[in-house]
Design a protein around this ligand. Structure first.
Ligand code: NAD
Length: 486
């Protein structure tokens, strides 16, 4: 058990202003896995003041991007040196199957860090453009003090997606991890300290929603980078709008996997289903609606049920396990509630629907496949965030499948599976989501933009777009004959 009695403010471990604590509960054992201080508004005020001073007066924004990237290189190397330990820590916090966690929760963040290290030397922070009236230096400067707020489902991944571009840009950051997953965030703080991050640049304050709201509204914050639910994202967007504060939002999803009538299921399902139930179904990009042509519907249902039934459920620290427990008891209640709702709405459970037998501890739900689902049902419209799939029939060809995929408030991800990539590309272009998989097992490539249409978010993380979220552009009109050093 790893516990902390201090908060990480500006690179120092300091006593919290209040006395509240957060117990991290291991969702497999239901036992306390660690305790951390519950940061208060006074701690936020202190961290923002430190970050403000480091931004306005400190060395970090004035160093070159390449110098800042050196710190990130060390952070990436340190994480790579302890992949197993980090994966087991995250699995203990929130139940992610450890073999998936090692790749997606730990190795992927190092890829993100490494990508932004590379971009630090190739990105044009300064450009001289030929304007209408003379030459103009377009300088891209750090946006200022950033509030980074993350959810519990892929905690280190989201931390890397925000901290790597923010720090390469030259921002200082107050990072509020979710209260369910503070331990990996504090481990990351230790790694940043060892990597030589200057004083004041990073604070890590585990806390709940109210303190998060205080951080968002704090006048010392220039930009909010938020990942979490659409409900919270709307509140944060409204608060930032009132203050004309910069913000970007990565929110929920209800992605549709479209199987075209020529699909080879033996090729498609081994790529699709791990993406449908990834991270116990607690993934924003999970492909939880499976759209199948009516005349192959039963064949698809049988194949999906057979593959999902073969997924091993159990202790997520077992490398063979594909589905572990949900993050918390309230999350299991929520998922079980949706399983009831689906049945009340007239959908049928073809697999699962209950708790796995033989497991008497932990917040497990059986991987569940609903069939005879209509896209208007709540189980097809709302984000369940658990291992629950809805197989939805469509008639009338590819256009009908696109229309059903688009019949959603969300627009985060999606996929199409076909023997004809040209036909698949037409479907991909028709679906209004920020990322798409065309016969591909890869939902996100960190060198390209990722984010949501509609209620799945505003802004794009990853790639140069993700760096630009943390930059302000300034146009400096130059006198004739002057060539600035850039
Ligand atoms: P959540 O919105 O409840 O909480 C996310 C974070 O925001 C937590 O740190 C929480 O304490 C904080 N928070 C909540 N309300 C706040 C407010 N009003 N002001 C400031 N901070 C606030 O979400 P969650 O349950 O932790 O995470 C699951 C959600 O995150 C799902 O909807 C999932 O789809 C989404 N998600 C999206 C992406 C993406 O990239 N689009 C990635 C991962 C998760």
């Amino acid at each position: 058990m790893k516990s902390y009695d201090r908060l990480f403010i500006g690179g120092e471990w300091v006593s919290p202003a209040g006395t509240g604590t957060i117990d991290v509960i291991n969702p497999t054992t239901e036992e306390v896995a660690g305790t951390v201080p519950d940061a208060s508004e006074a701690d936020v005020d202190r961290a923002v003041a430190v970050a403000r001073d480091a931004f306005d007066n400190g060395p970090w924004p004035r160093m070159s991007p390449a110098e800042r990237a050196e710190v990130l290189t060390k952070v990436s190397q340190a994480i790579q040196g302890d992949m197993q330990g980090m994966a087991e820590l995250i699995t203990t916090e929130m139940g992610s199957p450890v073999s998936w966690a090692t790749m997606a929760q730990v190795f992927a963040p190092t890829m993100i860090l490494d990508y932004y290290v590379g971009l630090a030397s190739s990105f044009a922070f300064d450009e001289v453009r030929q304007g209408l009236l003379g030459e103009v230096l377009v300088a891209k400067e750090p946006v200022g003090v950033v509030a980074a707020i993350s959810p519990w489902n892929v905690p280190l991944f989201i931390a890397a997606a925000k901290l790597a571009p923010a720090l390469v840009a030259g921002c200082t950051v107050v990072f509020k991890p979710a209260p369910e997953t503070p331990l990996d965030a504090f481990r990351l703080a230790e790694i940043f300290t060892d990597a030589g991050l200057p004083h004041g640049v990073l604070s890590v304050l585990p806390a709940g929603r109210e303190v998060g709201e205080h951080l968002v509204r704090h006048p010392g914050i220039d930009k909010v980078s938020f990942t979490g639910s659409t409900a919270a994202g709307k509140k944060i967007g409204a608060a930032c709008g009132e203050q004309l504060k910069r913000f970007s939002l990565e929110l929920g999803g209800k992605s549709a996997a479209v199987l075209l009538d020529d699909v080879d299921l033996s090729q498609a399902l081994p790529m699709l289903l791990p993406n449908a139930i990834m991270n116990n179904g607690e993934a924003c990009i999970a492909q939880t609606r499976i759209l199948a042509p009516r005349d192959r519907y039963q064949e698809v249902v049988d194949a999906v049920v057979e593959s999902v039934a073969a997924m091993k459920v159990g202790d997520p620290l077992d490398p063979e396990v594909a589905v572990g427990p949900l993050v918390a008891e309230r999350q299991r209640d929520r998922v079980e509630g949706y399983i009831r709702i689906g049945q009340e709405e007239g959908a049928k459970v073809a697999l699962g629907g209950g708790r796995p037998s033989g497991i008497d501890k932990g917040w497990f739900v059986e991987p569940t496949v609903f069939v005879d689902v209509d896209n208007s049902m709540r189980i097809a419209q709302e984000e369940i965030f658990g291992p629950v799939l809805a197989v939805i029939p469509y008639e009338g060809g590819d256009e009908e499948a696109v229309a059903i995929a688009n019949d959603s408030h969300y627009g985060l991800c999606g996929s199409v599976w076909t023997g004809d990539p040209e036909r698949g590309l037409k479907v991909a272009r028709g679906v209004r989501t920020g990322t798409y998989m065309l016969n591909s097992p890869v939902p996100i490539d960190f060198s390209t933009p990722f984010g949501g249409f509609k209620e799945s978010g505003i802004g794009r993380e990853f790639g140069p777009d993700g760096l630009e979220l943390f930059l302000e552009k300034k146009s400096i009109n130059l006198p004739a004959g002057f060539s600035p050093t850039i």
